[in-house]
Write a protein that binds this ligand. Structure first.
Ligand SMILES: [Fe+2]
Length: 264
């Protein structure tokens, strides 16, 4: 067996990923959206994670960080997540301002649309947003960047992260705000045999399906949820949530949604 000289980073599998999505923070910390005070809601989610026995290696924040396009709301995000003392890999959603988000969330511990290698995996976060629209459309150059990131990591398992769902949610109103070039995105994914999973936000509900060898996972928000499979917009009575994602050495994915019911 060939041994590499120098320090060898020991990474234990599974790689544990904490997904937080769609916090919709506002400049006013007392501000609410659809009946939920979004700052308090994210704060409760973070507190729940910190009290739990499960420990993440990194955080992925899959868009709609803010609701009001304010720099102040991004500052609140930094302040709420920095105590986790974990790297936070983030990407924008349709309610984000790319400029403000990049300005606020590009310095450590935050990374904006940057790939990361950990253990036998590479995580690739991409921007699925179209300027001035709530549906998603991945620009050709972003698809090219994604493919280059996947190709470079040929020997690794890859998890792709984006805001918009690449599948129909079977909710007429929500599917109007889906990913318009999902077929092109999935066609690019299909060119690479090392992609194991795709993780998204935006839909404020659970999703877990398989497309060939690729697991497709969507997650509820850290604030209010949308009722699944409704023709019209309907708020669900489910509580705030986060998702644990465990990436196994052999490319397997184990995941769980944790609902935050407790009031503290
Ligand atoms: Fe969204």
């Amino acid at each position: 067996m060939t041994r590499r000289s120098g320090p060898i980073a020991t990474v234990l599998h599974p790689i544990r990923v904490l997904q937080l999505t769609d916090p919709h923070l506002l400049a006013d910390t007392a501000g609410s959206l659809r009946g939920t005070v979004t700052h308090a809601s994210l704060s409760r989610v973070v507190a729940h994670y910190r009290r739990s026995d499960w420990r993440a290696d990194l955080v992925v924040l899959t868009g709609d960080v803010v609701q009001d396009y304010s720099a102040r709301a991004y500052e609140h995000c930094r302040a709420l997540l920095e105590p986790l003392e974990l790297p936070v890999y983030c990407l924008p959603g349709n309610h984000d301002s790319r400029e403000l988000m990049r300005a606020a969330l590009s310095s450590e511990p935050f990374f904006y649309c940057e790939p990361v290698d950990i253990g036998s995996w590479r995580l690739v976060g991409i921007d699925s947003c179209a300027e001035g629209r709530h549906d998603g459309e991945i620009a050709d150059r972003e698809l090219d960047r994604m493919e280059a990131c996947i190709r470079e990591a040929r020997e690794r398992h890859v998890l792709v992260l984006l805001h918009h769902p690449p599948v129909q949610m079977h909710s007429e109103w929500l599917d109007r705000y889906g990913l318009v070039n999902a077929p092109q995105f999935l066609d690019r994914i299909d060119r690479h045999s090392n992609v194991r999973g795709i993780v998204f936000g935006h839909v404020h509900q659970c999703w877990d399906s398989e497309r060939g060898p690729v697991r497709i996972i969507g997650s509820p928000s850290t604030c209010a949820q949308f009722a699944p499979r409704r023709s019209e917009f309907t708020i669900d009575d489910k509580p705030p949530a986060y998702r644990s994602i465990e990436l196994q050495a052999d490319g397997g994915i184990a995941t769980e949604v944790i609902w935050v019911n407790d009031v503290h």
